[in-house]
Design a protein around this ligand. Structure first.
Ligand SMILES: N[C@@H](CCC(=O)N[C@@H](CS)C(=O)NCC(=O)O)C(=O)O
Length: 219
């Protein structure tokens, strides 16, 4: 009996959130670290769009979206209650995640990866992205996390992108004075849920001995 196979890339924010949910659900996987400029044939055959993360279950079923991987893992086992927010509903969390994955991610890319686009003003996109930071900071002023006093699906799905945005120009971000947001970011990035999924693995090649990931649920 094997484990599900996760194609992942350490620094990809989508892969980070998938790994955090797999870890929180105690789901053991075989992890295959992908180099995006040299994607393995096995990944392309499995998922022609070949983004990471991709999860292949033992049954052959495939998940090609990070949020689907998170939900699959947590619907199986959710000991930390990520799908069960103290305030609001799963639908509310998904709506906020959609904003992060939509407009905010668009602005993040056009701010951080300006060289990938033509005629783009990164400062315009920084300012547009800041609108979402402001919204989060306001929510986080009420409770410590986005949907209550404990982190849930929304916090973990969104935090890798806020991390990228903050790290693009750290001095600028720190000077914004979004204290609740800063505290939230620090809390999430220094807890085990995050640090344990940032282990480094060698790039996977066909025939490699499987590397086992996760099954380290933190109570
Ligand atoms: N909607 C996808 C997006 C995944 C995605 O875009 N991942 C990036 C890396 S962060 C990727 O694999 N890009 C393909 C490439 O760079 O070739 C998800 O949620 O999983």
């Amino acid at each position: 009996m094997g484990y599900p196979v996760l194609y992942s890339f350490r620094r990809c924010p989508y892969a980070m959130r998938a790994r955090m949910a797999l870890s929180a659900s105690g789901q053991t996987c075989e992890i295959r670290e992908v180099v995006l400029s040299k994607k393995p044939r096995e990944l392309i055959d499995l998922s022609p769009k070949a983004t990471v993360p991709v999860l292949q279950l033992v049954t052959g079923q495939i998940f090609e979206q990070s949020l689907d991987i998170m939900r699959w893992a947590l619907e199986k086992n959710d000991p930390l209650g990520w799908l069960d927010p103290e305030y609001g509903t799963l639908g509310d969390m998904l709506e906020l995640i959609k904003k992060a994955d939509g407009d905010f991610k668009y602005n993040l890319d056009h701010y951080k990866y300006v060289q990938r686009y033509k005629n783009v003003d990164p400062l315009f996109h920084r300012t547009e992205g800041e609108i979402f930071l402001k919204i989060l900071d306001k929510i986080l002023g009420q409770y410590n996390y986005l949907f209550g006093t404990k982190p849930t699906l929304a916090d973990y799905a969104i935090v890798p992108f806020i991390r990228q945005f903050a790290n693009t120009e750290r001095n600028w971000f720190d000077a914004l004075g979004y204290n609740s947001l800063q505290k939230w970011l620090d809390n999430l990035l220094t807890n085990n849920q995050f640090t344990e999924i940032m282990n480094k693995y060698p790039a996977w090649q066909s025939g490699d001995k499987p590397i086992i990931f996760a099954n380290n649920t933190i109570e």
